[in-house]
Design a protein around this ligand. Structure first.
Ligand SMILES: [Zn+2]
Length: 305
């Protein structure tokens, strides 16, 4: 389940990204899968012993969790935790047990965008998904839950002391909490004909009504770039529009969240484990050891290549 519809339909279909004529959605149906295309289809599906689901909800990436209540998505696109819930209901029918991988795939994208709002938005959805696993492990103590990251992105740091003449040791998470949309959503919407009202939208979506002169200048600059057809030529190589870059920067600085990169970093990442076998995942180890530890718990030998 997820996004990326354009990679599954034949090249003859408009917006397809395929280079051949294969219709993978049809092929999944041929293999006994129920292909679901919307949140309501997913939540209303009748699950029995043989149910297999292939869910595809978005042409490209899934939207950020925080943006899902926008009228353009409402009711159409499920959250990560909604997908996880259905996945667990399907897999629970297997008497041999199951392996489920759930990726909060857009947390990384928000970090590429240096957008603390997107990060927290999708961490909350991810956290909701983990909770479903923990609930399951209470019913079935043979469950192992692993929560990890494949890498850090953006060099995100919380509590930028000494910035903006402020020497406190605090951060201001309320600026993240008060924001209503991800920087990506703000950026693209501002470019899409609503640009005239871009400043009003920013105030509404950021929850910041007392913009400083510096922030106002940043916004005016982004509006100017958009008017000159340069709205996408921001310094962020991950294609965040200028307006989104400005939104992310204003919230980051106010919340006192710092960034060192637009890309992946070499920071060690945390691996959390709970349940059966979780003690094997303590300590400091290479990411390739995770597969080996899992294989050992299952009692299988991995092929080397
Ligand atoms: Zn990435």
């Amino acid at each position: 389940m997820g996004g990326g519809w354009r990679h599954f339909v034949p090249k003859s279909i408009e917006k397809s990204k395929r280079k051949d004529d294969r219709d993978l959605l049809k092929e999944f149906v041929g293999k006994g899968y129920t292909v679901v295309r919307s949140k309501s289809d997913l939540l209303n599906i009748k699950i029995d012993n043989g149910t297999k689901i292939f869910g595809i909800f978005s042409e490209s990436h899934m939207p950020y969790f925080l943006d899902l209540d926008d009228e353009s998505y409402e009711g159409k696109i499920p959250s990560l935790s909604e997908m996880t819930k259905v996945a667990i209901s399907v897999l629970m029918n297997n008497p041999k047990g199951f392996f489920l991988m759930v990726e909060g795939g857009r947390i990384d994208h928000a970090c590429h965008a240096n957008d603390p709002v997107g990060v927290v938005s999708d961490m909350i959805d991810f956290d909701n998904a983990v909770k479903l696993g923990i609930d399951l492990s209470k019913e079935d103590p043979d469950t192992l839950i692993l929560v990890g990251g494949d890498h850090e992105t953006g060099g995100m740091a919380m509590g930028m002391g000494g910035m903006r003449g402020d020497n406190g040791y605090t951060m201001n998470p309320e600026y993240i909490k008060n924001a209503k949309r991800s920087a990506e959503f703000v950026g693209y919407t501002a470019l899409s004909g609503k640009a005239k009202k871009a400043k009003d939208l920013l105030v509404e979506w950021s929850g910041i009504s007392d913009l400083t002169d510096e922030e106002t200048n940043q916004i005016d600059m982004a509006i100017g770039y958009a008017k000159d057809q340069k709205g996408m030529e921001s310094p962020n190589p991950y294609l965040l529009p200028w307006y989104g870059v400005v939104f992310a920067d204003i919230i980051s600085k106010r919340a006192r969240v710092g960034w060192t990169s637009y890309a992946h970093t070499g920071q060690p990442v945390i691996m959390s484990a709970g349940g059966l076998g979780s003690e094997k995942f303590a300590g400091y180890y290479d990411n390739t050891d995770i597969a080996k530890k899992l294989a050992a718990l299952w009692g299988v030998t991995l092929k080397t290549w």
